[in-house]
Design a protein around this ligand. Sequence first.
Ligand code: C2E
Ligand code: MG
Ligand code: MG
Ligand code: MG
Length: 285
Amino acid sequence: GRAASRPTHISYVSEQEGFDANWQLSLLASLGDAIEREQIYLAFQPQCRLSDERIVGVEALVRWRHPERGVISPSQFIPQIERAGRLKPLTAHTLRLAARAADRILSTGIRVSVNVSATLVADDDFVPFVHENILAGGGRPSAITIEITETARTPDIERAARNLEKLRSIGYHIALDDFGTGEANLSLLVALPCDELKIDRSFVVLSQHSDRARMVIGALEKTTSMANMRMVVEGIETEEDRSTMIELGCEIGQGYLLGKPQLLTQFIQMLGNQAVDEPRKLTLY
Ligand code: C2E
Ligand code: MG
Ligand code: MG
Ligand code: MG
């Protein structure tokens, strides 16, 4: 292939790295511009009741529509932006966009979940940072769930817990993302106040072959419902995934079977196809 035409494997690798370093620099240089030009946007993925696919929530996932590279996914730019110390301005922007979306679907009673890296959560100004950006986007706390990603990287768990409790006291919901992976473990579930637990897709995959994985999922569903929390199973891709999770007592899922991440207008269309009776009940818990 390509490497064979190069003098050595090593020189190929370092050229590749050089290319990536340039690419990363150009990404960072253009972040401000990209925000202004609305190249940074959110895709919306429904969270559905597994029994009847009724939409009960929605997660906002950031995307970068790059003029040369096309649409870039967050795993390809969030780490670079974080290393460059630019995660806060990016998050300010996604909070505002999520708030704007929440305002547009307010009548449905559905909250918009927006991802925020745990590295920001212990900041002194985290509570006003979140609240001011949500208000600036025309949102209100009762329409927003702050989804904490990469919780294993929380710098100061006690301070993070205090900040999250303050956000809850003014009406935000808190979700812990990717639960069960190295990123989010049992001690964090005990330490951090939250309203929702998101079970990582790796559990769905394991459950296909492992009785123990199924037992753990069933037990987590019981635990969260006793604690008055919502549990969302991520990565429901097939009918089999769905029926397995229903058998285990799980109520809510997210995944390609139920709906892909999509533009807000498409998501609103999807919402419009379901009757908006009993909006209160949609919020489940
Ligand atoms: P996440 O929050 O766990 O988001 C779920 C990811 O799984 C999304 O990838 C989504 O597109 C993908 N997904 C959804 N359904 C399925 C499925 O059925 N099967 C499979 N295999 N995958 C599915 P995406 O959008 O590339 O996001 C990746 C990660 O980037 C997110 O994981 C989250 O940790 C992070 N992220 C996304 N948006 C933001 C943001 O605004 N801020 C921060 N800090 N992180 C973000
Ligand atoms: Mg998430
Ligand atoms: Mg997740
Ligand atoms: Mg995940």
